[in-house]
Ligand binder design. Structure first.
Ligand code: FES
Length: 112
């Protein structure tokens, strides 16, 4: 891989940036995720985490089985931001707003 090769295309992180981060002592996917934001883009790391795991393997000599995937928090698939803004406004009080049908179809739940 070339130094300027993009490893995480969502966050525009290059191979060299990942290598430098590993050299600084960040040797887990969770640490690299927190430092460089790899895995926090729209694909949630589906593309980059395996590549970064291979870079960690190259730099540290650890086996891939020892390199744990980072903590994953829902939603695990990209959700349009408009979904969160699509509450049906019932009053000026935000607590009285109702979830839109689209929001309920994705996240479930009932309005009281
Ligand atoms: S490529 Fe890294 S988060 Fe999408």
């Amino acid at each position: 891989m070339d130094d300027e090769t993009i490893v995480c295309r969502c966050e525009d992180i290059t191979y060299q940036e990942v290598v430098d981060t590993v050299d600084e002592g960040y040797t887990t996917l969770d640490e690299i995720k927190r430092k460089l934001r790899c895995g926090m883009g729209p694909c949630q790391g589906r593309t980059c985490m395996r590549l970064i795991a291979r870079i960690i393997k190259e730099k540290t000599g650890r086996h891939l089985d020892e390199i744990l995937m980072p903590a994953s928090r829902p939603p695990e698939k990209p959700v349009p931001l408009g979904i969160f803004a699509s509450y049906e406004v019932g009053s000026k009080n935000a607590r009285n707003c109702k979830r839109s049908e689209q929001f309920r179809s994705i996240f479930g739940g009932k309005d009281e």
